[in-house]
Design a protein around this ligand. Structure first.
Ligand SMILES: Cc1ncc(COP(=O)(O)O)c(C=O)c1O
Length: 374
């Protein structure tokens, strides 16, 4: 298999662990293992005493129960645990796509959601684009229907969306499912940011509502535990999960026991962790809005419906990739240029999930003053 570079990961590989001011991150503030274990009485001792042998390929049974508990219609058997969300996307696309198929991907999207399709010979790919409507991002369902062909096999969506912060309402999700049902399509629903919606309306998971849907979840984003690398697929389609597990045998085989232990501790306190991260995002929105209000000639701000990312527009007369390069090289402020998403405008991603966002914005302001006299 030949597959193109993952542009975002290549860019982050260069700066993520050297730039001191991270303003582009898509995960929420993390914590130490000790802090997490302290939330659950007796957990630290149990963690230290655990056996470090192989674990079950499907995932720790208690962890699968806890994940199933996040859904309305899922049981342990409907959950397959993966080494992060990335492994699950790669497995799903490999298992599903064959030469001659066609898939539709919401766009922009996490690159692996559509790059595997590009690597399968004679596999068609169409993008269902989010549109910049001035204040924020929106999507058109008539456009989606116009992209469906007789050979279309699946639709891959990412809502809440990275990088735009766009989120389906529950009515929009129902409309999507109705369209998939009408055309008998599979639905891959990447919901890794679920739980960070800012309008207070809890969103339904796709897999609860549609038999041919897979919902993708992870501990990395909304829970802020990216380093434990625990993700999962949930689906009513047990045959499909069975195909995925057989693909997983060729990848990680099974997940890390210590990570699964930490994921269980986190999910037992999931609501608390989500509220903690939503409140960091709300505070950061206030700080960022004040920053943007001081620089209306530089940025066109897009509303985010869900944390922790937004995709704003640069108004300066220069390539956005150059603006981002200068910011990181001169001031150590990491922003993510929309180029990595092949965006059709001068957009850049900003992350609102980290506590130190204010310091990063102060450095960015310094950069604007020194570099552009703004
Ligand atoms: C939309 C989306 N899906 C999947 C992933 C992969 O998540 P993980 O790092 O947990 O594998 C990311 C990471 O940025 C993402 O933004």
């Amino acid at each position: 298999m030949r597959i193109d570079d993952f542009k975002l990961e290549c860019y982050f590989g260069k700066y993520e662990f050297s730039a001191p001011y991270l303003l582009a991150q898509s995960d929420c503030e993390s914590m130490s293992a000790r802090e997490l274990l302290a939330m659950e009485p007796g957990a630290e001792e149990e963690y230290l005493n655990q056996n470090l042998g192989y674990t079950e390929t499907w995932g720790d049974p208690e962890l699968r129960d806890l994940i199933a508990g996040l859904y309305r219609n899922m049981e342990r058997e409907n959950i397959l645990v993966f080494h992060g969300a990335q492994e699950a996307i790669f497995a799903y696309m490999n298992v599903m796509l064959e030469p001659g198929d066609h898939m539709i991907a919401m766009y922009p999207n996490y690159q692996s959601a559509y790059e595997v399709a590009r690597s399968v010979p004679d596999c068609g790919l169409s993008m269902w684009r989010l549109h910049d409507d001035g204040n924020g991002w929106s999507i058109d369902f008539d456009e989606l229907e116009s992209l469906i062909r007789p050979e279309t096999k699946l639709i891959a969506v990412n809502s809440p969306n990275n990088p735009t912060g766009f989120t389906f309402t529950n009515d929009q999700m129902s409309r999507l499912i109705e369209i998939c049902g009408k055309h008998d399509l599979y639905l891959f629903s990447d919901e890794v940011y679920k739980g960070l919606e800012l309008d207070g309306e809890p969103r339904e998971w796709a897999a609860d509502q549609y038999g041919k849907a897979v919902s993708l979840g992870v501990m990395s984003k909304a829970y802020g535990l990216a380093g434990i690398r625990v993700g999962w697929t949930a689906s009513q389609d047990r045959e499909l999960l069975d195909k995925l597990v057989r693909f997983k045998h060729y990848m990680s085989i099974c997940d890390s026991g210590p990570s699964e232990f930490l994921a269980k501790a986190a999910l037992k306190h999931g609501d608390e962790l989500l509220e903690r991260n939503r409140s960091i995002i709300r505070e950061n929105i206030k700080t960022a809005d004040a920053f943007f209000a001081r620089h209306p000639e530089v940025f066109e701000v897009k509303t985010m419906e869900c944390g922790p990312v937004a995709f704003h527009k640069l108004k300066l007369d220069m390539p956005v990739s150059e603006f981002c390069r200068l910011a990181v090289e001169k001031k150590g402020v990491l922003l993510l240029s929309g180029d990595v998403y092949e965006a059709d405008g001068p957009y850049f991603r900003m992350g609102y999930g980290r506590k130190a966002m204010g310091e990063g914005l102060a450095k960015l302001e310094e950069f604007l003053n020194e570099e552009f006299r703004l």
